[in-house]
Design a protein around this ligand. Sequence first.
Ligand SMILES: Cc1cc2nc3c(=O)[nH]c(=O)nc-3n(C[C@H](O)[C@H](O)[C@H](O)COP(=O)(O)OP(=O)(O)OC[C@H]3O[C@@H](n4cnc5c(N)ncnc54)[C@H](O)[C@@H]3O)c2cc1C
Length: 712
Amino acid sequence: MAALRHEVRAILAGTDAQPGWRALSDPGPSGEGDPRPLYRLLGAHRLLAPAWPRAFGGRFRPATHSAVIVDEMVAAGIPETLHTLSVQICGNFLLAAGRPAQRASVLPMLAAGRQYCTVLYTEQDAGSDLARLATRATPEAGGGWRITGRKVYSVRTNLADLGLVAARTSEEDSHYQGITLFLLPLSARGITVRQLPSLAAESFAEVVLDDVLAGDHDVVGEIGGGWPLITDALALERTGADYAAKAQAWLALTAGAARPPREDWLRDAGRLAARTAAARAMSQRCLSRHDSGRLSPVYAAATKLWCSETARAVAEWGLDPLGEAALWPAGDPAAVAAGRLEAARREAPGLVISAGTSEMMREVIAGAGLAAGEWTQSRPEPLLADLRDAVRAVARGQQPDAQSWAELARLGLPRLDVDPAAGGLGLGPQAHAAACGELGACGYDGHALDTLTVISAVAGSAADSPARDLLPGLLDGSRLGAILVPERPDRPAADPGRDGVILVLPGLHLLADQPAAVPALEVLDSRAPQITYQTRPTSAGTVVSLSLQPGGTGQPLGSAEGAVWPVLKGDLLRRAAWLIGAGDACAQAAVDYARARRQFGQSLLEHQAIAHRLADLVAQGEALRSLLDAETDLDGGQPCGAHGLAGAAGLLAEAGRFATKSAAEGIHIHGASGLVRGSPVERSFRGAALAIARGPAPGLLDRLAAAPLVAG
Ligand SMILES: Cc1cc2nc3c(=O)[nH]c(=O)nc-3n(C[C@H](O)[C@H](O)[C@H](O)COP(=O)(O)OP(=O)(O)OC[C@H]3O[C@@H](n4cnc5c(N)ncnc54)[C@H](O)[C@@H]3O)c2cc1C
């Protein structure tokens, strides 16, 4: 993928691209610049539709390569709407459902950027409820059709050559039947295209079809069978790649323009960076599923919801760090990022309307029953699924004490991500994430996460380090671990008891501010005299906090330089996995309750206000799981440096907010019964707060997540 990005950048920066850039910056008669010459240049390199077969002008690469093209266009400031409509939506539609002759004649032209196709579905009185469309196609006596109707809101139609038109060909009992799709040249007699200026920089079009003659060969798919094709194709419009690319580009532009970085907006930048990273990970997953034929329309709806709402949030945020400069348009010599952010603000409201509004996405998710596991989760590897089941069987309803930990150790939990040479199972961070997610779903916390981090530090120490002697006991579950952060003497931990191992971990803010001055990792015996224990009650049970007496030190682990980064990253990711698991479980508890509870003669789930809140939660959980999978897949546990922590830090902060929101929504949907002491959602509410308090402060995590943006 890096090579592909490099290739696209080189083409767009080359001399061949110069005329294209000039065409784009020339407003022309429409006032909007013409991106087609740049598209054509990419098309000449088979880069407009890289996922298509070579015979149709593509490179036959995975769909994720198409996302790279969109990404690079957006980053370079090339409007991608016409491309997305023409290639990603209409072209992919024809690839899947077009007649052989349509595919052979049209696809190579679209892939080369020599023709453009647009979507003509929406009408004045048929928007979200598209099946109510009024455009009619009546059969001609000698074959063919006459089409009359008025389509609205397609974008850049002044530059398009073809339109994919939805028209009613028969009246049926269900208005989802009797709709047919036609592929028509926009130059056909009877078609008039009129510009409808929009809030956004790209105008809409009104397309009037007045007795337009179409041949039978212009029909796409079966006569009367257009609706299932439209809904299948909608999944392709909802892979989120364009929205995620916009979020990423606008965030980088805003952070780059808002100098110097200020504390008051850095946190928001970090939050949005994490949301954007989740959008990108979710969109990638969506595209991969499309490639393997497993893309469910529900998953695509959740992706569209998350990605478009994220892009909107990024665009709206710009006013905060940039102030009034966010309003200076292109053409103003002082315009920020050549006016792109000002244009983004005006484009943003349309992102959550086009390709299905956010409410429609929530309807799709809610309509699928909001059941996690059916459409939300990628099919987990059987090994990970078994691991989850096994962890759940032990941890559900158990106190996190030495006895239950020993049982989890018998399952191999402490050894999951430890090198086999050191006595581990070597299953990698994804196995850890799966297990920790399940612990979170069971509300099993206590010493578990601290112990896993102690194990990763000790297992990463030099082979001849005396600390290695601690490893067998940690791996067989007979020793517990705890983390001591010298700068945070009140950090809640769990007492590791006798024979426990204390890891002295530098505070994250020290590392964030002075990454060069990373102290070595140290361990101590849990009963070492340098350690002071303080027990205190919290709303989620009794905790201990550990502090190191002044001047006290531990035994250096003798790890390689930089070993602290992967240890920290693993710690952040396991905490994030735990919180995501906790949030998911709470959301599911709320779904189950809402399904069973009846008010006003129907289940709570049938009330849109409830169903939509839950749909948002389910989509957020899925977005964060996608990011978790992407983060645990990265780096392979290699040293990652301070910036390498940014993704994990942002994810942990978001995971904490997700768990908090999920618990609060869970209580709200349970009504007063959710507040009763001991109810599952009430316990989750308290448990999530304690789990967040054990990790680094969310504000610090957000700042770390923003660090790469600020560094440029
Ligand atoms: C930037 C942009 C590009 C577009 N490009 C194209 C294109 O290329 N081709 C094309 O054919 N169309 C295009 N459209 C049109 C788009 O598909 C429609 O705008 C969209 O389907 C919504 O329809 P509507 O605007 O009529 O709103 P309506 O459906 O009337 O909805 C109005 C509001 O009511 C809400 N709402 C509606 N029904 C419900 C319900 N049951 N429950 C809860 N809330 C509900 C909606 O969420 C929305 O907030 C584009 C739109 C935009 C903004």
